[in-house]
Design a protein around this ligand. Structure first.
Ligand SMILES: C[S@@+](CC[C@H](N)C(=O)[O-])C[C@H]1O[C@@H](n2cnc3c(N)ncnc32)[C@H](O)[C@@H]1O
Length: 305
């Protein structure tokens, strides 16, 4: 499991101050002990279903110490009191954003996209061959800063030449509102486009420069397929499906078993038989659900109730 907060749009690594804080707790600027960790970790679990193990204490400190400075707070007691207060709602959103892990990349776990093209798209094309407007719905649940839904959109556009005629939509959601804004903006460090196959990179990205570093922006052809929305997977979901495929990769790993089970049960209600669920490389449905058959590495086909 990684604990990087850095999306590809800003892959610069931690600054020296963070490293010092992380490696030398004795020289911390603010007193931060187990009671602060437990209070904040408890909130994160309640709000986002994320269980932070005690060895994440330094990660939590370094991400939140910055925030104390910004807010001019004298210590973590004051920060915890702020979070608990009536004015704490906005701060709680900040806290969830700061403590979630957003590492992602284009074409991450490439075999999922080969399967999407060869199996899912092929089956949808076949089953709706007579339809004037074939329907396709894919959900990127826990989309982080956006490379995952843009990758799905590239695969769709590259494999469905008449996609404009289709009723095709990709839903991209994440609990981290900052990540959803970044995803919607669709501008990334040029460096991060290296994992996109050259032909697709040339076709679907355009070089731009908004700051000192070279960047890329995603083609309108991709953007028009995707709807970006903030959504906490542990809160009620507004959509009714059905989906042809759900990508929920490298998200459930942060949940405990009851959290994972709740989310998978809800996915099941939106996935009809013969649809697919893609999980992250270290995740599985073992002991969580029996309504799926594993058909590839972290690829699951919906079988029954
Ligand atoms: C490591 S990223 C995975 C990004 C992408 N799916 C991938 O595999 O490249 C995990 C994402 O899950 C999101 N997340 C964590 N808890 C969540 C929750 N309760 N509801 C929705 N998203 C959540 C985080 O904000 C983060 O962006």
């Amino acid at each position: 499991m990684d604990d990087s907060k850095t999306p590809p749009s800003a892959a610069k690594g931690r600054n020296l101050r963070d490293q010092l804080e992380t490696s030398t707790p004795g020289r911390r600027e603010f007193n931060f002990d187990r009671k602060h960790f437990d209070f904040i970790a408890g909130l994160l679990y309640k709000l986002a279903g994320i269980s932070l193990a005690p060895h994440k204490i330094e990660m939590m400190y370094s991400r939140l110490a910055r925030r104390l400075r910004e807010l001019n707070l004298k210590d973590f007691d004051a920060y915890c009191a702020l979070v608990e207060s009536e004015k704490g709602e906005a701060e709680i959103r900040f806290l969830v954003n700061a403590l979630t892990t957003n590492l992602t990349s284009f074409f991450r776990e490439h075999h999922h996209f080969d399967h999407l093209a060869k199996t899912v798209l092929a089956a949808v094309k076949m089953s709706q061959v007579q339809s004037g407007q074939p329907r396709l719905r894919i959900w990127s649940a826990g989309c982080s800063s956006g490379p995952e839904p843009y990758t799905i959109a590239m695969v769709l556009c590259a494999n469905i030449p008449d996609i404009r005629r289709w009723d095709a939509r990709i839903l991209a959601t994440d609990i981290d509102t900052h990540m959803v804004d970044t995803a919607r903006r669709g501008v990334y460090a040029a460096e991060s486009a290296k994992t996109i196959p050259t032909e697709l990179r040339d076709r679907f990205t355009k070089p731009i420069r908004t700051g000192s570093e070279p960047e890329i922006t995603m083609a309108d052809e991709l953007r028009r397929l995707i709807t970006f929305k903030p959504l906490n997977l542990l809160e009620p979901w507004p959509m009714s499906g059905p989906f042809d495929a759900i990508f929920c990769r490298n998200v459930l790993i942060y949940f405990d078993r009851p959290g994972r089970t709740t989310v998978i049960e809800k996915f099941s209600t939106l996935l009809p038989p013969e649809s697919f669920l893609y999980l992250g490389h270290s995740e599985s449905l073992y002991g969580v659900s029996s309504g799926f058959a594993q058909v590839g590495s972290t690829i699951y086909r919906r079988t029954g109730p």
